[in-house]
Design a protein around this ligand. Sequence first.
Ligand SMILES: NC(=O)c1ccc[n+]([C@@H]2O[C@H](COP(=O)([O-])OP(=O)(O)OC[C@H]3O[C@@H](n4cnc5c(N)ncnc54)[C@H](O)[C@@H]3O)[C@@H](O)[C@H]2O)c1
Length: 452
Amino acid sequence: MGKQDRRKFLQQGGLAASSLLVGRSLLANTQASSSTFTIWRKPDNTPANETIRLGLIGAGGMGTQDTLSALQHNGVVLTAVCDLYTGRLEEAKKRWGSNLMVTDDYKKLLASKDVDAVIIGTPDHWHQPISIAALQAGKHVYCEKPMLHDVNEGKALIDAWKKSGKVYQVGSQGVSSLGNEKARELLAAGAIGDLVFAEGFWARMSPEGAWQYKIPADAGAHNVSWDRYEIDKKHAYDPLRFFRWRNYVDYGTGMSGDLFVHLFSSLHFITNSIGPTKISAMGGLRYWKDGREVPDVLIGMFDYPVRKEHPGFNLSLRCNFVDGTSGTTYLRLAGTKGSMDVEWEKVTVKLNANVESDDPFLQAQAAANTPGAEARKKMLPPRETVYTAEKGYKGAHYDHFGNWFRAIRTGGTVAEDPLFGFRACAPALLCNDSYAKGTFMNWDPEKLVVTA
Ligand SMILES: NC(=O)c1ccc[n+]([C@@H]2O[C@H](COP(=O)([O-])OP(=O)(O)OC[C@H]3O[C@@H](n4cnc5c(N)ncnc54)[C@H](O)[C@@H]3O)[C@@H](O)[C@H]2O)c1
């Protein structure tokens, strides 16, 4: 069909037929201007409303939770699971059916024509290499946080994503929560005035909370594919390095990569920020001296310069695995008018107490200046407003998968894409460098590079 004929055909309303003629990769989504139609090329091969077939790579704690949340959505099925420990593959078959494809080689899963999209729930050191391989294999990706193990891995992943045209979402699910959305809206509406400071905190003390996970009794070199575990193949099989990987720098990213990254993701989403430029961290291994290579107390400080999206502000983050108040965690934004405690299902706005002086000397002076005027009591505005999610809310994790599936089906975008993911994990990863080197780290979140 010639160009002119084709345009005429479309103008005459043959659009639906034309989409069929030109194949399933064209989206039957049209936009009418005064006299022409535009047809957009859908950036993936998954037709709207068609079943999305998932593959799970890394079927441990979070990979399993991710898959359970994903499968709550309509039109989503699991077809394949990859893990290095056969116990996890057996569990997966028990949970999701014996006809699942199971393998210990992620490349085999990526080669499967029955997988449209993958969840990557491996330890951190595999996130970037498997993400790139998945994008190159034409799969959509949901990768657990932190997106990278090292800040230098970012560019290659961004390039692979841009080239692929696939939807890539990082797994800091708080970003899709009602709480984060409300906080973003309230901040933009000026509910706490101009942001000057933010802080976040994680406290834990149980052995599991501090990463001393139970090691399965049957696990050993015979049923763990250790040769596929280490990227640089330095060590002999070690169950601690495999099952308690967070404690070792070859596989994990310490407290900041594991936990601060969630707070960066939420904060950047709420403030529209691209990130801090100055990063410093201090900490130490104070209590959990089990051979781990990472601190169990970590404090980070960050400088966010003025940008068109927000005023200049500072951030302080703390993580303490020797804190008996275990379970306390928060993200608080403080502004010139008040503060906001942000949870995934709740936002509490507290207005600053008083802008008038409560200094007795100044009050006495004011009374002396206006003799006879008795200070009259005033009506006070509400100091605290609490926003809570409606009953029956399925939660951030469910919504995060919903956003990913919607983007896959409509050729749309997600908030927590690789660019966002890079900007959220870089300051977290640079905390480790600051801690190790004992210096400030400088970061350029526009150019995405560490600066001198
Ligand atoms: N979003 C969240 O709230 C959240 C919570 C917990 C963990 N996480 C993230 O999820 C990831 C997994 O953490 P976890 O606690 O589930 O760890 P885990 O040890 O329970 O699970 C990791 C699994 O990956 C498997 N694995 C390791 N290397 C592999 C490879 N090359 N190919 C295939 N499988 C491989 C292991 O056998 C294991 O079953 C981490 O990156 C972590 O930061 C996110």
